[in-house]
Structure formats: structure tokens, C-alpha cells
Design a binder for this molecule. Structure first.
Ligand code: THU
Length: 163
């Protein structure tokens, strides 16, 4: 029997002081994008923004549907839009922000498992780590250096190769 340990490092900022201009602007964009959420069923509004290598920021929000499974999370919405239109540019950062934070929960907004899986594959294709910022401008912010930190042991295309 072998026992192994995986350690994940992440940074917590108590407020927005100390962040770079790029970190501040991608986080702000994600928070503003949460206003565009269509979330009449959950009332949970999420915004996601990605900062590209050319300085552009792309934004999306969650979009729900009366047929619940049709809805899509903010993270996958912005990544699929990036994949369809901007994949010649590197993704530097991905910020995720929610309109309301549960005051009883001392945790950053958490991307769901489906979004983590998609994030990992986009990061793999990106050939550079994507910094993940979770929080709201001016509030506690959690930063991960890679999508893999949010999904250790994720599924990847190698598993599909037979030889
Ligand atoms: N949602 C996101 O957009 N991103 C997340 O990180 C978690 C959940 C959305 C899906 C749904 O519209 C609502 O939040 C409640 O689950």
C-alpha cells in the first residue's frame, strides 16, 4: 500500500488592496456580468470573466430555463464563447463572482463540477496555467494558480487513447 498526498496552495486576500490592475479589472467585469444573469428559478446570479493575452476581457453569466437542465453556468458560457471566437488568444485569468454571498458561509463562490472539468480542458489547450479568482470586488478574494487545483484527478483526453 502506498499513501500519497496532494497539496493545493491558494491565496486569500481580505480585500481588493494588493491586487494587480488586471486582477481588479477581470474581477470587476465578472461581478458586473452577474447583473446579466437570467436566473429566475434559482435567483443565484453568477458572472464569469476571462482576461485574454491581448488585454481583452470576455464576460458571461448563468442562463437558466424553465426546463432546468437546459440552463448553463456562467463559467461554461464564457469559456464556450471564448472557444468559438477567441481561441487564438491565451487565457490569462478567469474570475467568477456572484451577486449575493451567503453571509453564513465562509467559502468562496465554488464553480460546479461540470465547469471545473471544462476549465481543466481549456487550460490544457491554453498551454499555460489560468489564474482563477473567486469572490467579489472589495470582499474576500480567493486565488488559485491553476484550474487543476480546483479539479485534481480530472478526466482528460489521454483516457480516451487506446494505444
Ligand atoms: N451556477 C453558475 O453559473 N456557476 C457556478 O459556479 C455554480 C452555479 C449557476 C447554475 C444555476 O443557474 C445557478 O447558478 C444555481 O445553481
Amino acid at each position: 500500500m502506498q499513501s500519497k498526498t496532494k497539496i493545493i496552495s491558494y491565496q486569500i486576500y481580505d480585500h481588493t488592496d494588493g491586487l494587480t490592475v488586471e486582477q481588479n479589472s477581470v474581477l470587476k467585469s465578472a461581478f458586473l456580468a452577474s447583473n446579466t444573469a437570467y436566473a429566475p428559478y434559482s435567483n443565484y446570479q453568477v458572472g464569469a470573466a476571462i482576461l485574454l493575452g491581448d488585454g481583452n476581457i470576455l464576460c458571461s453569466s448563468n442562463q437558466e430555463n424553465a426546463s432546468y437542465p437546459c440552463g448553463i453556468c456562467a463559467e461554461r458560457n464564457v469559456l464556450f464563447y471564448y472557444g468559438s471566437n477567441y481561441k487564438q488568444h491565451k487565457i490569462l485569468k478567469l474570475a467568477i463572482s456572484t451577486k449575493i454571498l451567503n453571509p453564513h458561509l465562509d467559502l468562496p463562490p465554488a464553480p460546479c463540477g461540470l465547469c471545473r472539468q471544462v476549465m481543466v480542458e481549456y487550460e490544457r489547450n491554453n498551454k499555460n496555467n489560468i489564474e482563477i479568482l473567486l469572490g467579489q470586488p472589495g470582499k474576500t478574494l480567493t486565488i488559485f494558480q491553476s484550474c487543476n487545483d480546483l479539479l485534481p484527478f480530472g478526466f482528460s483526453p489521454e483516457f480516451l487513447q487506446k494505444d
